[in-house]
Design a protein around this ligand. Sequence first.
Ligand code: NDP
Length: 301
Amino acid sequence: MPTYSDTDQSALTATVTVLGLGPMGRALADAFLDAGLRTTVWNRTPGKDQELLARGATGAASAAEAVAASGLTVVCVVNYDAADGILRDAAVTDALKGRTVVNLTADTPDRARQAADWAAAHGIRYLDGAIMTPTTTIGTPHGVFLYSGPDDLYQEHRPVLDALDGTHTHLGEDVGRAAAHDIALLDIFWTSMAGYVHALALARAEGITARELAPFAQGIAAILPPLFEEWADDVDNGTYSGEGNPITSGVSSMSHIVHASEAHGIDASVMRAAEGLARRVVGLGHGEDGFTRVTELLGRR
Ligand code: NDP
């Protein structure tokens, strides 16, 4: 874990404010405290700061008071409606003038760009970000943080952000880019989760427990990382190669899952959607291509 004394910053940047003390906001504040930063915290609903206060955090009576305490404010709430609701309060906006907001709240790229425009119009320095790993990784080498927006702002606040440990990546000046990565990566996560819970329901209907399936499920998951590598060039180059695994074979496999599910009265709409896309690819004459051809299909206007 890095400590603030490892770095060489002014007293102003040695302080940080965290707005939002849900599980993630608390984890962030905890890591800042661990690293020795003077940390001010605020949450809409009082009382969630108790453990942090006991560890040395400063509790603020209002969000405006909280942001006035530090040069850098990290916001981490449920979505941008909530973040905007906090930041656009007149007293908060006023107190933020000339200071920096790093918004680690998850939402869409458009909301990130709108937030940056609003911040610029009010003299607030703004960096957007996304956290790609669970609360348990914060303050450990396993945390993954993405940022986008002005590079000089990122470099300036990097020493404080580094106090969270983990890997920090600045993705570029387009402020929506961190949220764009977040959305794409969460697309993988949630469709995978949808597949997994469906598989558990199907397995249970066949008398297989989740515990029995788990080791084999991990085997399936292990197939994916090398495929992501292989498919990167396949998709970027537009080859959509089906060598060794044409999409016609995939359609057959997916239809088995649909039939077996529905025979048990289990909703198969997620798999039906995937199978439908694959069948459309075949219908367009690309049956020899790989499943990645669906990317091209989805991108068609
Ligand atoms: P939540 O997404 O449930 O966010 C809870 C926080 O949002 C609380 O501080 C809550 O305040 C605040 N909030 C909700 N509505 C409002 C509102 N209208 N006005 C002001 N504050 C509001 O939990 P997390 O802390 O886990 O997540 C925070 C962000 O971090 C989210 O964007 C999430 O997607 C992201 N994230 C979380 C991860 C995780 O593992 N938890 C992993 C990666 C990213 P109150 O207590 O008053 O309700």
